[in-house]
Design a protein around this ligand. Structure first.
Ligand code: EPU
Length: 422
């Protein structure tokens, strides 16, 4: 018997006949026969029960729209369900005889799932909840379930007149995924608004809190991303500022935002009148123009991280490419690290390597408006998605070709921003 809830594994016992049909279509038959009588006898005693499905295609769960199946798949909507899923996985073995691997899926917006799929348990984190505290000295604490949609949270906070995350508008994915990757855009990173993160410590199957300072946040990184499988995010506490000149100003320092507001005379004449709602509107407008609509074109946004190079290397490149821009290179967006700068890889891929708009193979290519974005034009054969869709292998091969071109032309080694799964 697999271990879970005191040694007995239970599945969702609500709607029994439907459940049986679903079990037969998704489960290994021997597991079903072993477990369902037990589940039924426990139906009145178990508050949270999970449904582990078998062989579920991950393609539709990702914005890239590539990838094979998950061997096991479970959606969890509460901490108890998450604990059950983890406990279940601990009682299983992978096909290599080792512990069954767990991958936690959020919105699937920053991953490339291999064509062979994932041989472990995919836990789709759908833990809900969005609560805003009363204001104290201009600060409102928002407590948000890791499974909530990131942009719904941003929209709600802007609607409530709060500031801090409006520059991170219109980013696909979940709140948990946003914290794991320390998402950033238009001069702001999520770490600036995080107060603390509540996680499930997988080894101990216990809930633990980490203050933001202990989360190892860096550019598109955190200790949760570095150590996958150790901690699973359940809830995040954010400190947001009441938008009021006494407490908070919006951040419109990023070039695209400066340009946007410079074209609106009443805002450029009175920058203090720019509200979080104005910034959200601007960011949505800019993102719609520059980045692909992920509901129509498969993508994971920026495919690579912007590289950090030495100032000496930058001077050398600047001699060859006088227009090459640069940014501060610190762990937070605006932090300066002496001797180093961050360079926009999109600029290099576009102006030095000529990748913007380049078609690679089948449906896979580089987006026409942003050279850092690989796209899968899965609808290109008139909705015949399967016929037109690209593969994870094609994406990997294009990414390898781009990395080699950057190395040959600039001597810079680049690293993916997306995570490869399976
Ligand atoms: N540029 C080009 N050619 C291009 C695209 C951009 O020359 O095809 C130039 C731009 O003119 C600009 C510079 O490259 O001078 C930087 O471009 P952009 O402002 O679009 O930013 P980025 O560095 O390419 C980063 C994030 C994006 C985020 C934007 C805006 C990373 C890896 N990417 O892109 O995040 O939206 O800044 O802040 O840091 C994501 O993570 O998925 C993502 C989209």
């Amino acid at each position: 018997m697999k271990s879970c809830l005191g040694g007995i594994l239970c599945y969702n016992a609500r709607g029994c006949s439907k459940r049986w049909r679903r079990l037969y279509s998704h489960f290994n038959l021997d597991i079903i026969l072993e477990l369902t009588p037990v589940a039924i006898s426990w139906r009145n005693h178990i508050p949270a029960m999970i449904n582990i499905q078998n062989n579920i295609s991950l393609r539709e769960y990702t914005t890239f729209r590539v990838g094979g199946p998950a061997r096991f798949f479970a959606c969890v909507k509460s901490v108890d369900e998450l604990k059950e899923a983890v406990a279940w996985a601990k009682g299983q073995r992978g096909s290599d005889g080792d512990a069954l691997q767990i991958f936690v899926l959020g919105g699937g917006s920053n991953i490339v799932v291999s064509d062979a799929g994932f041989g472990g348990l995919v836990i789709k984190n759908e833990i809900p909840g969005m609560e805003f505290s009363d204001e104290t000295a201009g600060i409102v604490m928002a407590t948000v379930g890791a499974g909530e949609n990131w942009d719904s949270f941003v929209a709600k906070s802007v609607e409530l007149g709060l500031s801090g995350i409006e520059n991170l508008s219109f980013i696909p994915g979940t709140v948990g995924g946003g914290a794991v990757q320390n998402i950033g855009a238009y001069g702001v990173e999520v770490q600036g608004a995080v107060d603390s993160v509540e996680v499930l410590d997988v080894a101990r199957n216990e809930i633990v809190d980490f203050a933001a300072a202990d989360c190892g946040f860096e550019y598109r990184d955190s200790m949760f991303k570095k150590n996958p499988g150790e901690f699973i995010l359940t809830r995040i506490h954010f400190n947001l500022k009441k938008f009021d000149p006494a407490y908070a100003a919006v951040n419109v320092s990023y070039r695209d935002l400066k340009e946007y507001f410079s074209k609106i005379p009443e805002k450029s004449a009175a920058p203090e009148s720019i509200t979080p709602a104005d910034v959200r509107e601007a960011v949505i407008d800019i993102r719609k123009r520059k980045l692909p609509d992920w509901t129509k074109l498969g993508t994971a946004g920026s495919f690579f991280k912007n590289p950090v190079i030495t100032e000496a290397k930058f001077v050398e490149l600047k001699a060859a490419y006088p227009d090459l821009p640069s940014f501060p290179a610190g762990k937070a967006t605006s932090e300066v690290v002496q001797g180093f700068v961050k360079v926009p890889l999109a600029w290099i891929l576009d102006n030095v390597c000529g990748y913007r708009g380049k078609i690679h193979s089948g449906a896979i290519g580089v987006y026409q408006n942003q050279a850092l974005v690989i796209v899968n034009d899965y609808l290109s054969a008139g909705n015949e998605a399967d016929k037109a869709a690209g593969t994870a292998e094609q994406i990997k091969s294009l990414a390898a070709e781009m990395a080699q071109s950057v190395r040959e032309k600039t001597g810079i080694d680049i690293a993916p921003e997306v995570q490869y799964i399976g």
